[in-house]
Design a protein around this ligand. Structure first.
Ligand SMILES: CCCCCCCC/C=C\CCCCCCCC(=O)N[C@@H](COP(=O)(O)O)[C@H](O)/C=C/CCCCCCCCCCCCC
Length: 214
């Protein structure tokens, strides 16, 4: 993995997701996006073959940064306020993508689906035996989450990229939180926060019938 990305620390990323929820259990977008920025750094450290993925995530983070810092910024403090604003002002189109291609709701939905992949993948890393194949873990988590939303060509490219992933031990070391055993322990503590953020977001999107936003 590239030395320039050696400042990556998965614990810091996971803490962002822990900090996401306020007392009312609303998802605070600044922490949510901070978590994603950290994940982009890690993706960049995996080499050029993953750049099509990191670019897509980075673009989506930039769209959200534009909304969170733009003229309507007061509506973009939490996921809940964003959904209420965009749905209430008809800024989302459930039928076509072309009308509001950069709405916050559709952009976060893509990240939200990817968060499910991350949750499943990290859970796989945490619970698998030492000699488990990361390509297999990645493929299984991908097939159980994001794959349903991607066309054949993306699924194919992703499957090829997975074959270049480092071994499980290297992954755990790349988290920069100490020896592999400590990384596994950290995952046990941190994963419930990702799960919580995911399930609160999923419920919110389901309540507003936004889970299929094109
Ligand atoms: C030390 C271990 C830590 C693990 C950290 C992993 C870091 C990576 C975190 C997340 C990566 C997944 C990001 C995927 C975002 C996909 C968003 C998406 O679905 N975009 C598609 C739809 O967008 P619109 O066109 O509707 O705007 C877009 O078409 C697809 C683009 C590229 C393909 C995305 C493939 C996702 C594969 C997920 C596995 C990532 C493998 C990372 C390896 C660790």
């Amino acid at each position: 993995m590239a030395a320039s990305e050696s400042d990556f620390n998965l614990k810091v990323v996971l803490v962002s997701f822990k900090q996401c929820l306020n007392e009312a259990e609303e998802v605070q977008l600044d922490h949510y996006l901070a978590g994603w920025r950290g994940l982009v750094r890690f993706l960049n450290s995996l080499g050029a073959i993953f750049s099509f993925i990191s670019k897509d995530v980075a673009t989506k983070v930039q769209i959200m940064e534009g909304l969170c810092g733009g003229p309507g910024r007061e509506h973009y403090s939490t996921l809940q306020s964003m959904v209420a604003y965009e749905v209430g002002h008809k800024l989302v189109d459930l039928e076509r993508r072309a009308r509001y291609p950069d709405s916050g709701c559709r952009t976060v939905l893509r990240l939200h689906r990817a968060l499910r992949w991350l949750q499943l993948f990290l859970e796989g890393l945490r619970t698998s035996p030492e000699d488990a194949s990361t390509a297999t873990l990645c493929t299984e988590s991908y097939n159980a989450s994001l794959a349903a939303f991607h066309p054949w060509i993306v699924r194919r490219a992703v499957t090829v990229a997975f074959c270049t992933l480092p071994a499980r031990r290297a992954f755990l070391e790349a988290m920069n939180v100490g020896p592999p055993e400590q990384a596994v322990e950290m995952l046990s503590e941190a994963l419930p926060f990702i799960e919580r953020v995911y399930s609160i977001s999923q419920k919110l999107y389901a309540e507003h019938a936004l889970l299929g936003l094109p």
